[in-house]
Design a protein around this ligand. Structure first.
Ligand SMILES: *[C@@H]1O[C@H](CO)[C@@H](O)[C@H](O)[C@H]1NC(C)=O
Ligand SMILES: *[C@@H]1O[C@H](CO)[C@@H](O)[C@H](O)[C@H]1NC(C)=O
Ligand SMILES: *[C@@H]1O[C@H](CO)[C@@H](O)[C@H](O)[C@H]1NC(C)=O
Length: 291
């Protein structure tokens, strides 16, 4: 490929702009973007299913799995279906009811006296941050893992593979990367073992205010990335658990989230193209300067 010096300079300029042009919402870093595309490629599906047989939607197929294909190299577990599907996002409103941020959206289709606690409520309370439990409007928690005692019920315990309670989970939705925390699990109260669910705060960050207690996001294009190991746990001091709004809490786990997403390797296809452009740009740029 031949680039004129002028084109090389514009390319370098364009690269500089695209990497600094961050808005409020967090752009998906290139390595995560590439990973996301690699999972959604035609024909790609999970080879190392840690557990399978789950549903994303009530009427859809039960072909969703907790996938361990990158458990050894990237230390992550994610949900994947077949035919390019990842997971959807149903809305969870469990935890503190009527607390800060509660704008009533959880009440649609829910009983007004809902009191459900989240799975790790005792750990949250033990942080002594002045909160009894997670608040679905503030803490962007992800529902991950399935338990249940009904006959034939599909289950998956993320802790068996090293995912720690209240650890950071990366969520790629709507061209953004949101950091959530593992705060709840799916039980066996419904008819089918489901995957793809998050607190209303996380759903709102992904899809906006139209998300309510009974209106989630049904496209199966969301990537949930659980990071294994204790270093994925912010703990009592590593997050602002007492934050009174979503943005403040989210900001508090961003440094840890950014560090964890560095684990995601770069796929060769996209990366080699990007690297070639950068190298060509640098090389031609220096020739131009020398002339
Ligand atoms: C299954 O049974 C165990 C033991 O009785 C119980 O602790 C657990 O909460 C049950 N799981 C669900 C999802 O109901
Ligand atoms: C946590 O967030 C609240 C606002 O929601 C703020 O007042 C407080 O200073 C923050 N705490 C820390 C340790 O940053
Ligand atoms: C990476 O590859 C996918 C197709 O596999 C493409 O849609 C995407 O635009 C590529 N990203 C970059 C930055 O080249």
């Amino acid at each position: 490929m031949l680039l004129s010096p002028r084109l090389a300079t514009s390319l370098a300029f364009a690269l500089a702009i695209s990497s600094s042009g961050r808005t409020n919402a967090r752009d998906v870093p290139q390595n995560v973007q590439d990973f996301y595309y690699s999972l959604r490629k035609k024909g790609s599906s999970c080879s190392k299913q840690l557990a399978t047989g789950f549903y994303a939607t009530d009427n859809g197929p039960n072909t969703f799995s907790y996938c361990g294909d990158h458990l050894d190299d990237f230390d992550v577990i994610y949900i994947q279906g077949t035919n390019r599907a990842l997971a959807d996002m149903d809305i969870d409103c469990d935890g503190v009811q009527g607390g800060p941020g509660d704008d009533g959206r959880c009440s649609y289709g829910r009983s007004p006296d809902l009191q459900d606690v989240t799975a790790f409520q005792d750990v949250v309370a033990g942080y002594n941050a002045g909160i009894k439990d997670l608040n679905p409007y503030i803490h962007p928690y992800v529902v991950f893992g399935n338990s249940g005692n009904k006959t034939g019920w599909k289950t998956f315990d993320p802790t068996a593979y090293g995912v720690e309670p209240l650890s950071v989970i990366g969520v790629v939705c709507g061209n953004q990367l949101i950091y959530g925390i593992w705060g709840d699990t799916n039980g066996d109260d419904g008819d089918k073992p489901m995957v793809g669910e998050a607190a209303i705060s996380l759903a709102t960050a992904c899809e906006g205010d139209s998300m309510t207690g009974d209106n989630g996001y049904s496209n199966t294009d969301i990537l949930y990335l659980a990071f294994t190991g204790k270093d994925a746990v912010p703990g009592a001091k590593g997050a602002n658990w007492s934050a009174t709004d979503y943005a403040t809490f989210e900001k508090s786990i961003e440094p840890l989230g950014n560090k964890l997403t560095e684990r995601i390797g770069v796929s060769l296809t996209n990366a080699s193209v990007n690297l070639a452009v950068v190298l060509a740009t640098v090389a031609l740029g220096s020739i131009w300067v020398a002339l």
